[in-house]
Design a protein around this ligand. Structure first.
Ligand code: NDP
Length: 308
């Protein structure tokens, strides 16, 4: 069984040593040393090359080393090739940490206090109790649910929105396009944790941002493609939104003249919400390979018709 990785050198070294130690029966190769392409059954990458199925005629499974698979062109891959996303517990931990940092910063008005510090102004503002602050999460999957569960400890009013109806303790759940606007109308702080698909591209736009309560804030932890950046700039400039914390952008890195760099109401981080760590991801990947070898269903298998 040959597993081919296309990852950077440092990560490659880590994966290599883990497989040599714990799964020496698997022949692991690293791009561009692919050897005989007909032997490759498994392929693992964050950014895949095009036409994988043509280069590797016996390819059976593609493992994304990320939680999202929007970087894969699912339409071009023949149906029998399975695509599996990464359910590394380290990713959920990273996203929970980032979401808590961002929500608490916005809840406690830290962007405002930082501006005041720069202006040499010492002035307090009314402290809204957490029980009166409404937090909404778009996407109630692995990550959205983990974030909501962590936020419960602070006593916020929690809302969530997904495609299908959910039931989550302590969270008012909304579902489907019909309930999107009523969900948004109850989010003082909105967190996007959706996968990027044809249905969710540009979902954060002038219409949906206008459905938020005036002065709301946005945290985008999904993908840059969820957000129409010009619409966000207009919403910030008009005061409809008060602040945005963005970990993902349409163009990463953004051009040097992008307005986000200097915008007083935008905080940017360079797509660091979470990162796959070979150590914890290895166990997940190996377990899936073992499952596939004995014909059991793999965890994180993408539903082709949903695109996530
Ligand atoms: P999951 O597949 O577990 O969950 C996706 C959720 O989104 C589901 O609840 C699903 O609804 C919902 N959803 C999908 N399409 C729609 C739609 N059209 N309308 C409403 N809801 C929809 O994904 P994860 O939680 O694991 O990850 C989510 C995303 O987070 C990833 O795809 C990636 O883009 C992003 N991410 C970002 C990282 C970063 O560093 N910033 C790191 C890791 C991930 P339903 O449950 O009904 O199917």
């Amino acid at each position: 069984m040959t597993l081919l990785f296309k990852v950077d050198e440092a990560r490659g070294r880590a994966w290599k040593s883990l497989f040599e130690t714990h799964a020496p029966d698997i022949d692991v190769r690293f791009w561009p040393d692919i050897g005989d392409p007909s032997q490759v059954r498994y392929f693992a990458a964050w950014q895949p090359p095009r036409q994988l199925h043509e280069r590797f005629p016996n390819l059976q499974v593609i493992f994304a080393t990320s939680a999202g698979v929007d970087q894969f062109d699912l339409g071009e891959l023949p149906e029998p090739i399975k695509v599996v996303r990464m359910l590394d517990p380290g990713i959920a931990q990273g996203i929970v940490e980032y979401a808590c940092f961002a929500v608490l910063s916005l809840h406690r008005q830290i962007p405002l206090y930082l501006h005041q510090q720069q202006a040499g102004r010492w002035q307090d503002h009314f402290l809204t109790p957490a029980a009166q602050r409404r937090i909404g999460v778009m996407g109630l999957g692995n990550l959205g649910v983990a974030v909501l569960q962590s936020l419960r400890a602070f006593n916020f009013q929690l809302h969530g929105w997904a495609r299908s109806q959910k039931s989550i303790d302590g969270v008012q759940c909304h579902a489907g396009d019909d309930q999107l606007e009523s969900f948004l109308s109850q989010c003082d702080i909105l967190i996007c944790l959706l996968p990027l698909t044809d249905d969710t591209r540009d979902i954060l736009n002038a219409r949906t941002l206008a459905a938020l309560p005036k002065g709301a804030s946005l945290i985008n932890l999904g993908r840059g493609g969820h957000l129409k950046e010009d619409d966000l700039l207009q919403a910030l400039d008009s005061g409809q939104l008060s602040h945005a914390i963005l970990d993902v952008l349409n163009e990463e890195p953004p051009s040097p003249d992008h307005r986000f760099w200097q915008h007083p109401h935008v905080w940017l981080t360079p797509h660091v919400g979470a990162m796959t760590a070979p150590q914890s991801a290895f166990e997940v990947l190996l377990a899936n390979i073992r499952r596939h070898q004995v014909g059991k269903p793999m965890q994180g298998l993408i539903k082709r018709d949903h695109g996530y």
